[in-house]
Design a protein around this ligand. Structure first.
Ligand SMILES: [Mg+2]
Length: 235
């Protein structure tokens, strides 16, 4: 009997030894649970609101703002948490299923920002690398969160259609990502990745310049994913 008990204990210990070490995933907890993340996001949006409204008032013609979607407008930390719980990586099928659930929350501060921009007569363009297949689910999620207005433009990724090309269309008033025929002075860009902002050579004031952050470029924190995970992006 003693021998059986000892064997049982040994096999249980072995099973625990083989179990993967618990992953802490503090980057997801920071986004979901910390007062600091929420205050930081609201702070960025508050600064963006003041800057955009001042520039919008001074604008001669139509004006507006360009926002990324993921981790800028919609909070996908629940999806991230699910992947970590199951110890499975990001992949496209589950990502599209998540989009179609339309359960993403709002990034703190974005609702007030959009309300202020629209009330002042500004236009809102969402430029995202979500796939064209995700259009209905994305718009439904934005609507569910009270973040969508019928005059907005939602520009998704199609046929290697880079964000730089879509930004230019907004400004030029031509192409799918525009208010056809209406040139729009873009007074603010909001995103969580460097690719969400005009790069050197693009036709926007201060394109590629660090000095634009806090003035017309507004960067939100994203500790969960990004180009920095697999390379050094800091110069
Ligand atoms: Mg994003």
């Amino acid at each position: 009997m003693k021998r059986i008990l000892a064997l049982l204990l040994l096999s249980t210990a072995a099973a625990y030894a083989q179990a993967p070490a618990a992953k802490t995933s503090l980057e997801i907890k920071y986004v979901r649970d910390s007062a600091e993340y929420a205050a930081l996001s609201r702070e960025v949006y508050r600064i963006a609101t003041d800057a955009a409204l001042a520039k919008g008032k001074a604008a001669k013609g139509a004006w507006g703002v360009i926002l990324d979607v993921d981790e800028t407008v919609l909070d996908n930390s629940t999806y991230q948490l699910e992947r970590v719980t199951y110890t499975v990586p990001f992949e496209d099928v589950s990502w599209l299923a998540w989009i179609n659930r339309a359960e993403a929350g709002s990034v703190p501060g974005v609702a007030d920002f959009l309300t202020a921009i629209r009330a002042a007569g500004g236009k809102v363009a969402f430029i995202t690398n979500r796939d064209e297949k995700a259009r209905e689910g994305t718009q439904r999620n934005l609507e569910r969160n009270g973040l969508w207005s019928s005059n907005d433009v939602l520009c998704l990724l199609a046929d290697n259609y880079p964000k730089s090309a879509r930004r230019k269309e907004v400004a030029d008033g031509s192409g799918k990502c525009s208010w056809s025929g209406v040139k729009v002075g873009v007074v603010a860009f909001v995103g969580d990745q460097m690719g969400d902002f005009p790069q050197t050579g693009e036709p926007f004031d201060g394109a590629g310049a660090d000095a634009q952050f806090g003035r017309s470029f507004f960067l939100l924190p994203n500790p969960m994913y990004g180009g920095w995970v697999t390379s050094v992006t800091r110069k």
